[in-house]
Design a protein around this ligand. Structure first.
Ligand SMILES: [Zn+2]
Length: 389
């Protein structure tokens, strides 16, 4: 059994309507009565940001709203959020939204503690100042698991996807409230739910696999595989939404320990080439890479397939079980209604070399190296062709 060093740094609270107590959480956690709410324009439009702001004010907490978060955040927008946080003198930052809003909130809260711009810390070039501001995350998608991780992803000024990491980036509190995910359109429920499933899957199958990753990762796979189509077919199903929220949080805990693999390597490269939703980029990448990847570790892929509910008997061979998992995954992607072709996103076979080269670049090396099967340059090229065909 592999060695591990495990501590959950984020307190997690789950409940239908749990986010309504946010004001009490802010006061108890930070000792203050002010918070900066970091969110995106979409959540302002549908009234979710206002619901949280009203709950805060109703419990005696003043709130400053930063709602300028864009999908796939840039270092520039994180710097803007950090200025708002600095000027407010707040002791608490709340991230409300999907991975982008939570990543901006996590990173801006830490960047605000000093006067360097966000890019100063990209790819761990420089250490962060110690954390002074408490962070609370409220996910409105079930996908990234960013509410429990200490990594953030953002684009730098050259529009390359880079990441930041620090123990202090892990939020202090994650509030999982399935009522907040009901407004998510089906295509985003599909993209974010598949992303969560892939987090668990890549962490479990990855080179760093250990008992903790298996415990949380396989449970994430069970909960997400069992609930994703229910939620897509019936968006109001709060029980299934809850399963997806918790599964996605477990997926975040799994990648925190285990990292990701080839689907994230190719998916991040796709995100560098064109503006494609992260969840869709990784889901399409794994759609084409799953079968190839099984050879890296058949036994673990058989275990994943059993957790998915893809095989109901152990009488079939390990190899058959592993491939049943690949079939289950591909059918799930198709049933979810996800558009697999990237032609409308401006990507065609003419981009194969650039996609393969980007996947092989330094910023994507940790994902490539952690994958259970080694991807040689020609493998990246072949996968790029399948993805762009
Ligand atoms: Zn992901």
């Amino acid at each position: 059994m592999s060695e591990f060093d495990f501590q959950t740094k984020t307190r997690v609270a789950y409940g239908i309507g749990r986010s309504k107590q946010i004001g009490e959480d802010v006061k108890a956690l930070s000792g203050g009565t002010h918070a900066v709410l970091v969110t995106d324009p979409g959540l302002v439009k549908v009234g979710v940001a206002d619901e949280i702001a009203s709950a805060l004010r109703g419990q005696g907490v003043e709130v400053t709203i930063f709602s300028d978060v864009q999908s796939d955040p840039s270092s520039v927008s994180i710097d803007e959020a950090a200025s708002v946080i600095r000027e407010s003198n707040t002791r608490c930052v709340i991230g409300l939204g999907g991975g982008s809003a939570m990543d901006v909130a996590k990173l801006a809260a830490l960047v605000a503690g000093a006067n360097h711009p966000t890019e100063h810390y990209a790819l761990m070039a420089n250490p962060f100042e110690p954390k002074q501001i408490k962070t609370i995350m409220i996910p409105t998608t079930s996908g990234t698991g960013a509410e429990v991780t200490s990594t953030v992803v953002f684009s730098n000024r050259e529009k390359r996807k880079v990441w930041g990491w620090d123990y202090d980036l892990a939020p202090d509190l994650a509030l999982l409230d399935p009522t907040l995910t009901v407004a998510l359109p089906p295509h985003l429920t599909a993209a974010t739910g598949l992303d969560a499933l892939i987090h668990a899957l890549e962490a479990v199958a990855g080179k760093r696999g250990n008992a903790i990753i298996q415990a949380v990762g396989l449970q994430a796979i069970r909960m997400i595989s069992g609930s994703l189509m229910q939620v897509i077919e019936n968006p109001q199903n709060l029980e299934a939404r809850g399963q997806l929220s918790i599964g996605s949080m477990f997926g975040g805990m799994a990648i925190e320990q285990g990292g990701t693999g080839i689907a994230h390597c190719m998916g991040h490269a796709l995100g560098t080439l064109a503006r494609i939703h992260h969840g869709r980029a990784v889901a399409i990448s794994l759609y084409h890479a799953y079968e190839w990847n099984i050879e890296g570790n058949e036994a673990i892929h058989a275990e994943i397939a059993r957790a998915m509910g893809a095989v109901h008997t152990t009488s079939t061979s390990v190899e058959d079980q592993a491939h049943a998992g690949a079939q289950f995954y591909r059918k799930l992607v198709e049933d979810s209604g996800m558009l697999l072709s990237l032609a409308a996103d401006g990507l065609t076979l003419s981009n194969v070399d650039r996609l393969a080269e980007t996947a092989a670049s330094t910023e994507n090396a940790p994902m490539r190296n952690n994958n259970c099967r080694y991807a040689a340059d020609e493998d990246l090229n072949r996968l790029a062709k399948l993805i762009l065909q």
